[in-house]
Design a binder for this molecule. Structure first.
Ligand code: 5GP
Length: 112
């Protein structure tokens, strides 16, 4: 069954899309937690980070590199944070892996 993010990829649900290529799509989060908050989502519907396989290592690098490049393009050269929530305890709510990129405010640790 299609995930929410599959529906965004297929343009069945609107989103503010920033970038797309054959492997990933990036769009602004609907409930931003920072002035810049977007998601980098692989088109391959992997459920959680725990389901990543050896075959996905290239894709994982591409997600991270896309996150970095778009963060810099969107004005986060002073710093930004990337987050991947994994499963229930990790705070995941959409079961289609995605990298959050947050920037343009001071981040704190621990994240809570
Ligand atoms: P998670 O909690 O799984 O790490 O992150 C899911 C993220 O998806 C949340 O930050 C949430 O705000 C975002 N989100 C949920 N539904 C939508 C939607 O329909 N459109 C967009 N752009 N973001 C969404």
């Amino acid at each position: 069954m299609d995930t929410l993010f599959d529906k965004i990829i297929k343009r069945e649900i609107p989103a503010k899309i920033i970038y797309e290529d054959d492997q990933v799509i990036a769009f602004h989060d609907i409930a931003p937690q920072a002035p810049v908050h977007f998601l980098v989502v692989p088109k391959k519907g992997i459920r959680t980070l725990a389901d990543l396989t050896e075959d996905d290592k290239g894709l994982a690098g591409h997600i991270l590199f896309t996150a970095q490049r778009l963060a810099l393009e969107l004005g986060c050269e002073e710093g930004f944070r990337v987050v991947m929530n994994c499963n229930e305890l990790g705070g995941q709510t959409v079961y289609h892996i995605h990298m959050h990129v947050l920037g343009q405010r001071q981040m704190h640790w621990p994240p809570g």
